[in-house]
Design a protein around this ligand. Structure first.
Ligand SMILES: Cc1ncc(COP(=O)(O)O)c(C=O)c1O
Length: 370
């Protein structure tokens, strides 16, 4: 294939890209800082009015006593689990086999903290109450990721969540929320962030996913827990002398987008239905429960790539920059709905799906009869 004809290149050349909030460029920070008083004092090593105000605001929003701003969720969550393990004197935690800690953090929890993870549930489904109850190891903490990103952003029903929380409280197991996409699931549960966080001892939320900031995370919980987390943040080198580019942009985009989560959720359902109308294609979950979902297409990558490229060139709409091979006959990709979806010209979007479906149907005809 010609170098300029890769899916990524074709995607980059489209006029409209369907997922997220648009390009992650320096304009994101510039816009967030444009209204800031240039004379405003910087935070210093985690202290100062500006960072403390934001932490207080987020603690209140999450219904927790206290909150600390971290440069990354990776740092915040490893620290949370370390604190709970030290408190209990057990260096074991449980989480999903496809948790961010397990597959995206280069074993940080094991290498830096000597903590052993117990993997709960099968890779392709959510953790159930049964999984937790039948655990036959002592653990300090259970981490639940809501939604479970690597299986398309699935969610347990709220009753299951309440039951797991009650069980953990009863057994003295701390419960940590990986709420990287907590804001994005509030419309589905029809709960406030504080109501959901009430079920957990400690909570992490992200500001660069549905919120669309530059980077950054909040870790929230009781005062004793967050004070300890500050010590660990210093040990990890997480106390950048100034974190204001991150928390100012976090706050700016939080205010700009927190009220749009219902819109993203509804649009994700609409978008997923368009994919589900195409041959060989289905989304996971079939009906999204947040702004994100995975698109699975039961065809080989080498057959799909030219179809997507043609669709982009004909309509100017980029649906995905990549296709990940699940096996030689199936690919998938992830989509998160943000501001970009509302800006798509809907007639062109309709055309893109018509074309995609027609080309996929043609593949069906190629399959020899057995
Ligand atoms: C579910 C989940 N947890 C944790 C993280 C870590 O966040 P960060 O990139 O801020 O370290 C991510 C990031 O993608 C995530 O998706």
């Amino acid at each position: 294939m010609n170098e300029n004809k890769t899916l990524l290149n074709a995607f980059k050349q489209t006029a409209y890209q369907a997922g997220g909030h648009g390009k992650r460029n320096a304009g994101i920070l510039k816009q967030a800082l444009s209204e800031v008083d240039a004379q405003a004092e910087s935070d210093m090593y985690g202290s100062g009015k500006s960072i403390e105000d934001f932490q207080e605001k987020m603690a209140k929003y999450l219904g927790k006593e206290s909150a600390v701003f971290f440069p990354s969720g990776t740092m915040a969550q490893q620290i949370a689990l370390r604190i709970w393990c030290d408190k209990k004197g057990i260096k074991k935690v449980a989480y999903h086999p496809l948790s961010h800690l397990e597959i995206h953090e280069e074993d940080g929890l094991k290498e830096l903290h000597g903590i052993q993870p117990i993997l709960l549930a099968d890779k392709d489904r959510l953790i159930s109450l049964e999984d937790v109850v039948s655990l036959n190891e002592d653990i300090a903490c259970l981490l639940l990721e809501l939604p479970q990103r690597e299986i398309g952003g699935q969610l347990p029903d709220y009753k299951t969540l309440e039951a797991i929380s009650a069980y953990c409280r009863d057994k003295g197991i701390k419960l940590q929320l990986d709420g990287a996409r907590l804001f994005e699931i509030l419309p589905y549960y029809k709960k406030t962030a504080a109501e959901i966080c009430e079920l957990f001892d400690s909570v992490y939320v992200s500001f660069y996913k549905g919120i669309g900031g530059v980077a950054g995370a909040i870790l929230a919980g009781g005062k004793e827990f967050t004070e300890e987390s500050k010590i660990w943040k210093r040990r990890h080198g997480g106390d950048l002398i100034s974190l204001y580019p991150y928390f100012i942009s976090s706050d700016y985009y939080f205010e700009k987008r927190i009220h749009k989560m219902e819109q993203y959720y509804q649009e994700a359902k609409e978008f997923a239905a368009l994919f589900n109308g195409c041959e060989f294609t289905s989304t996971k979950p079939l009906e999204p429960v947040s702004n994100m979902f995975h698109v699975h297409i039961a065809q080989p990558k080498k057959k799909l790539e030219p179809i997507f490229i043609e669709t982009y060139e004909e309509t100017g709409i980029g649906l995905t920059s990549y296709l990940k091979e699940l096996n030689e006959n199936e690919c998938y990709f992830e989509l998160s709905v943000g501001d970009a979806y509302a800006d798509l010209p809907k007639d062109e979007l309709g055309k893109a799906f018509q074309l995609l479906d027609t080309r996929l149907k043609e593949l069906k005809e190629e399959i020899p009869l057995t």
